[in-house]
Design a protein. Sequence first.
Length: 324
Amino acid sequence: MLNGMDTRSRAATSDRPPAARTLGAPVAPRPLDPRGDPAVSRSRERCLRGPTDEAPPAPDARIIRNAAVRALLAELVTYPKPGLVSLCDSGSHRDMDATTFVRSSLALRRYFEQAAAAGAAGSPFAVLNRLGREAEARMLRATGGVNTHRGAVFNLGLLAAAAGARGAGERAPLGELLVRRWGPDIAAHRRDAASHGSRISARYGAGGAQAEAAGGFASIYGLALPAYRAVLLEGGSPRQARVQAFFELMARLVDTNLLHRGGPDGLAYAQAQARRFLDAGGVRRPRWHARAVQVHRRLVARWLSPGGSADLLAATLFVAALEG
């Protein structure tokens, strides 16, 4: 399909006579001489140099955009993910479901590409902040006013900008690049005082998403990403790796969404449930799925939703996709 027209229909209605469209007799293929193929020569040179000698190319804004949207959708389909929306149910939420999250994710495509381009251009934090606010408005329009991805707009938007700023040959982690370029500005940024995160941070002294980003996403690089990679290296499925990474985050993150819903007791309860799951072997033990579902039901019964951990899971998947 090109611009809404079916190319097959165009060919069928051509006014050329059938004979003019008939292909001639088959042509015998030329013998392949790999020595004269430039692509083969380049591949041979890469093999001789070894994989560590070649600098990685800088991803363009479209690759970064696609990685960000895929990360959001992969977070959505992850289940069991205690208290949160998935394709199976809406968790501890009455105002949103999987369809709401899909609409929100697609509404943010342009934003991630813009953030990546802004990072590549060396734009200041003020530009990233403006792009984020515009993206948040588009998200709310797409969801009918439901906040599905405000945390992801912040986390993934900054990481997309860092990915855009990552030049060819750059091997530094995205979190490190982020701190190097915008860390002080992120730390000094004054958030909307009316937001849940701001109120919870002021009440309980929790750093929240802002502190996480200003510190280079220590929870991603210290907790979630190692857990995710370890499960995959051991032969686990991508779903198992995502669930394990999520429980690692839920067990240790001071999640402002949990504080908002349940106060310190709710946070402590969710963390204890996650630690119990991990201490029993996590996804490496038989019947891990049933045990994770039990944790999900317990959090739903208490109307707890670890949304901060979900945002960082998506960010972890984005980092894993771009850093390998």
